[in-house]
Design a protein around this ligand. Structure first.
Ligand SMILES: C[S@@+](CC[C@H](N)C(=O)[O-])C[C@H]1O[C@@H](n2cnc3c(N)ncnc32)[C@H](O)[C@@H]1O
Length: 305
C-alpha cells in the first residue's frame, strides 16, 4: 500500500465527518433510510447497537420510537453532535440513547443486542478483508441469540466509476449551517479498480472569500454483492433478506443500495475446527484435546440425589 493511498484512506474515513453540522445539512433530505431503520428497531425491539452512528441521524430516530440504542463512532465531532441531539430529545426518550467514541473494527460494548445495525455506507470504510473480518467477529460477539445484523452499502455503479476525474458534478449553492457563509458545493469521483475504491471529492468553494476552498475526500470501498455474501458466509453470518432500497423493494439493476438483513449462520457460533471439535465432543460425552481432537477424559454425569 503506497503512502499516498494510506493517507487517502485515513483522510477519506475522517475528513467528511469533521464538520458534523455540515454533514447533517447535506443529508437533511435523506429520511427514507432513517424511517426504515427506526421502524425495524421498533418491530424487533431493542436495545439496538449502531455501528458508525455518526451524528445520531438514525440512533436518535430509534430512541424517539421508544427503543434503547447505543451508538459507536470513530469521529468525536460526530459523537458530540449526537450528544447534542440527544439533549434535545423529549425527557422520556432522552435516557434511551447512549453514544460512545470507538472503532467498530475493535468493538467492545460489553453486552449483546437483538439488533446490530450499520446504516448509510458506514462499512464502506473497511478497506480490506482483515478489517471486514474484525468487524464481523465483533458483530457476532455482540449479537444476542436469534439477533439480526442489518446494514446498507452502495451497489457499485459503473457509470459513476467511469466518470471523468477532471469533471465536477452536482453543483449546488449552499449556506453553511453554522457560519452562514455561502459556498458552492461540487463533487468529483476517482475510481481505483485494483483496490475497488471510489474516492468522492467534495469541493466546498467559499463564495465570500473565493481563494478559500476545501476539498474533502470520502474513500468508499466498492462492495460487490457476491463478495459481500462470501465475506458474510465465511465469517459465520448468513443473509436472511436482501433489499434494493428502503421501500422494501427487491434488488435490481436500478438499485442504489444493498440493504442486507443477516443472522449468525447455524453451527457458526464458535469459529473454526476447535468449535466443531468441542461441539462433537460434547455430543459424544467425551472431552477432547481441542488441538488434536483426541479424546481426553470421560465426562461423568452426576445424578441428583
Ligand atoms: C456515512 S456516515 C453514517 C453515519 C450514520 N450511520 C448515518 O446514517 O448518518 C459513516 C460513519 O461511520 C463512521 N466510521 C467510519 N469508520 C469507522 C470505524 N472504523 N469505527 C467507527 N466508526 C467509523 C464515520 O465516522 C461516520 O460517522
Amino acid at each position: 500500500m503506497s503512502g499516498r493511498v494510506d493517507r487517502e484512506l485515513w483522510l477519506g474515513t475522517r475528513a467528511h465527518y469533521a464538520d458534523a453540522a455540515l454533514y447533517d445539512h447535506l443529508y437533511r433530505r435523506r429520511r427514507e433510510d432513517v424511517r426504515w431503520y427506526a421502524a425495524l428497531a421498533k418491530a424487533r425491539g431493542g436495545p439496538v447497537l449502531e455501528l458508525g452512528c455518526g451524528s445520531g441521524r438514525v440512533s436518535l430516530a430509534i430512541a424517539r420510537q421508544g427503543v434503547a440504542v447505543v451508538g459507536v463512532d470513530l469521529s468525536r465531532a460526530m459523537i458530540e453532535r449526537a450528544e447534542a441531539g440527544r439533549a434535545k430529545l423529549p425527557a422520556k426518550t432522552r435516557g434511551l440513547a447512549t453514544f460512545q467514541a470507538g472503532d467498530f473494527r475493535a468493538l467492545r460494548v460489553g453486552r449483546r443486542f437483538p439488533l446490530v445495525v450499520a446504516p448509510f455506507n458506514a462499512l464502506q470504510h473497511l478497506y480490506d478483508r482483515g478489517e471486514w473480518e474484525a468487524v464481523l467477529a465483533g458483530v457476532r460477539r455482540h449479537l444476542a441469540p436469534h439477533g439480526r445484523f442489518v446494514f446498507d452499502v452502495l451497489l457499485p455503479d459503473p457509470i459513476v466509476q467511469a466518470r471523468n476525474p477532471a469533471r465536477r458534478f452536482s453543483k449546488t449553492r449552499l449556506l453553511h449551517p453554522t457560519t452562514r457563509r455561502p459556498f458552492v458545493y461540487t463533487e468529483g469521483f476517482v475510481h481505483e479498480r485494483q483496490r475497488q475504491l471510489l474516492v468522492i471529492y467534495q469541493w466546498l468553494d467559499d463564495l465570500a472569500d473565493p481563494p478559500r476552498r476545501r476539498v474533502v475526500p470520502i474513500a468508499h470501498r466498492q462492495m460487490y454483492p457476491l463478495e459481500l455474501e462470501a465475506l458474510l458466509h465465511y465469517n459465520g453470518l448468513r443473509i436472511v433478506e436482501r433489499f434494493g432500497g428502503f421501500r422494501g423493494e427487491a434488488p435490481s439493476e436500478a438499485s442504489e443500495s444493498q440493504v442486507l438483513v443477516c443472522e449468525v449462520r447455524r453451527g457458526a457460533r464458535r469459529r473454526g475446527p476447535r468449535g466443531r471439535v468441542r461441539r462433537r465432543a460434547r455430543r459424544a460425552g467425551t472431552r477432547r484435546n481441542p488441538r488434536t481432537g483426541h479424546p481426553r477424559t470421560r465426562y461423568r454425569c452426576r445424578r441428583a440425589s
